[in-house]
Design a protein around this ligand. Structure first.
Ligand code: ZN
Ligand code: ZN
Length: 315
């Protein structure tokens, strides 16, 4: 079996483990002979197993796949969309604010992360967790907040969260209280405090999304880079994710206060030294970018300000 059934009709197809990225899970929803894929994954894995899984359930990928929906445009989630669409002709759906990443996947490295040239060079889009198999991929339709997507007799509600990236959406199935959370509630294995956001993301929106989603009474939380959380554990995942953000904000404020003024590189150095934040540190760019977006959120709250040229102070 290429997949694992989580609850009747909902299957996880897991790609291989890639360092601090964890694994990536694609979710296959089957209802009344129709199928939908949430996050086709990277180009080779789990992407290749999607059609195989469908066939194992007696489905025809060419006629029974009604849609390929992406929680967001990062290559580890959308990278396999091109080939899956070529093979199945199913429509690709993504939020308009992340659609540019399908048209030009290199924007992820060039515009969404703070990186120097050496880092950019070492993080190529043709290998590992960031493999993509398309260029100029045009989504067939754009997801909108509140939209309902029908698969057989199930309805998925689109909730734009916009924290992890501007176009990030999660998908909620209300009858079984299932939330497909992409990279919004937790990103990395076994620690919901591990997270990062891209430059279009927002810590303020991430906190607001966590707050409203945690009130839905979710029973099955299905993240992209972790095992599902069930029932009572769902609440702990939400609390962990929220604590992680608050902790990062507090840590940044404390380091900024101690230094008087600092830029993101200095703050990243301090955070790495103090080892007090569990967000991924092997890919420095993710940490620096997340610090930048967090500072922008703190500025919105009136707690810090940018003196210009990227020098920040507390207020
Ligand atoms: Zn992501
Ligand atoms: Zn991801």
């Amino acid at each position: 079996m290429a997949s694992t059934e989580i609850i009747p009709g909902i299957h996880a197809i897991r790609g291989k483990f890639a360092g601090e990225f964890g694994f990536i899970a694609s979710y296959l929803i089957i209802s009344e002979g129709e199928a939908l894929i949430i996050d086709p994954g990277t180009a080779g894995d789990p992407g290749d197993n999607i059609e195989k899984s469908m066939k194992e359930f007696g489905l025809n990928p060419k006629s029974d796949l009604v849609g390929i929906i992406c929680t967001h445009g990062h290559p580890d989630h959308a990278g396999g969309a091109g080939r899956l669409q070529r093979n199945t002709e199913a429509p690709i759906m993504i939020h308009g604010s992340d659609a540019d990443l399908l048209r030009d996947p290199s924007l992820f490295l060039n515009e969404r992360l703070i990186m120097d040239r050496a880092q950019r060079f070492s993080m190529k889009l043709d290998k590992g967790p960031l493999r993509v198999n398309y260029r100029n991929l045009e989504p067939d339709s754009l997801l909108t907040h509140g939209q309902q997507i029908k698969i057989g007799d199930l309805l998925l509600r689109v909730v734009q969260t916009g924290g992890h990236s501007a176009g990030h959406c999660v998908f909620y199935e209300p009858t079984q209280k299932v939330l497909f959370s992409g990279d919004e509630v937790n990103n990395f294995p076994n620690d919901p405090r591990k997270f990062y956001v891209d430059l279009t993301g927002s810590i303020v929106d991430k906190l607001a999304a966590l707050d409203s989603l945690s009130k839905l009474g979710i029973e099955y939380l299905l993240p992209a880079h972790d095992v599902p959380a069930l029932f009572g554990d769902v609440r702990l995942q939400f609390e962990g994710a929220r604590d992680g953000i608050i902790h990062l904000q507090d840590t940044i404020l404390a380091h900024l206060e101690a230094r008087g003024e600092a830029d993101v590189q200095q703050l990243e150095f301090d955070i790495q030294q103090s080892r007090s934040v569990p967000i991924p540190t092997t890919l420095e760019a993710l940490l620096v970018t997340t610090i930048q977006v967090t500072l922008e959120g703190l500025a919105e709250a009136g707690l810090v300000k940018d003196l210009g040229k990227g020098i920040w102070v507390t207020i």
